[in-house]
Design a protein around this ligand. Sequence first.
Ligand code: ZN
Length: 85
Amino acid sequence: MLGPTLEDAMSVDVHKEPSEMNCWPKENCCVCRTPTSYWYGTGPLNVALCPTCATRATADSLPTKAQWIDAERRANKRPSFAAPW
Ligand SMILES: [Zn+2]
């Protein structure tokens, strides 16, 4: 018996990317870096977030799109976001 959990309060909603984006490569989850077709947020908060991490994430704990891209760029050393540099 674990009692009430915080899981409901600690999850965020993710959505699968639109079908017209199926030809795009999967992006890496902003938390665990597993390739995923699921996304969280919109605009400056639009980041890839896998359903597993979404159940544990809070909106406050997630990076912004800019932070996520910067982290991915440093981790990947590849220009996956078509950066001009
Ligand atoms: Zn994840």
